[in-house]
Design a protein around this ligand. Structure first.
Ligand code: MN
Length: 155
């Protein structure tokens, strides 16, 4: 994704989106110093979840289109990479107005921190410490550039 994709897709005019503007800043979780993990529930044209991980000063983001059964070990689900979001998006909840990009209600479904266990050119292994998701998860490049698989590793 190009660095400005987030800004280009959104309009902050009078009837525009209430989402945070796209400033990038490095803010770590103050309790652990570990990077932010969260999943938004996004009720737009299609109800889906958005996985976000703090990496390189932004929230790397993936849309999870299907009802994921995310806690099930070994169950592989599709995660489609989307544009980087600013770190300030990690606290965003609200309704994106009709006619705007991603119109619909956005709520935080799960939030916490993660540890990067392994990073290769094929993807990541991360240890998630959220309220709902806990444990070791894999994000694997399945059909580049945008299609990834996300699953919980057997422990
Ligand atoms: Mn979304």
């Amino acid at each position: 994704m190009t660095p400005n994709s987030y800004i280009k897709k959104r309009r902050w005019n009078k009837n525009g989106t209430t989402e945070p503007k796209g400033e990038l800043s490095k803010v770590k979780d103050t309790k652990t110093g570990r990077p932010i993990y969260l999943i938004h529930l996004h009720d737009s044209s299609h109800l889906h979840r958005d996985l976000r991980l703090e990496m390189d000063g932004v929230l790397k983001s993936w849309a999870i289109p299907k009802d994921p059964l995310l806690t099930l070990e070994g169950k592989k689900i599709l995660a489609v990479s989307v544009e980087d979001h600013p770190l300030s998006y990690s606290t965003f909840e609200g309704t994106i107005p009709k006619g705007q990009y991603g119109a619909g209600k956005v709520t935080i479904w799960d939030k916490g921190t993660f540890e990067l266990i392994e990073k290769t050119d094929k993807g990541f292994v991360i240890k998630i410490n959220g309220s709902k998701l806990k444990g070791t998860f894999v994000l694997f490049k399945f059909k580049p550039p945008n299609n990834w698989l996300f699953f919980k590793k057997k422990e």
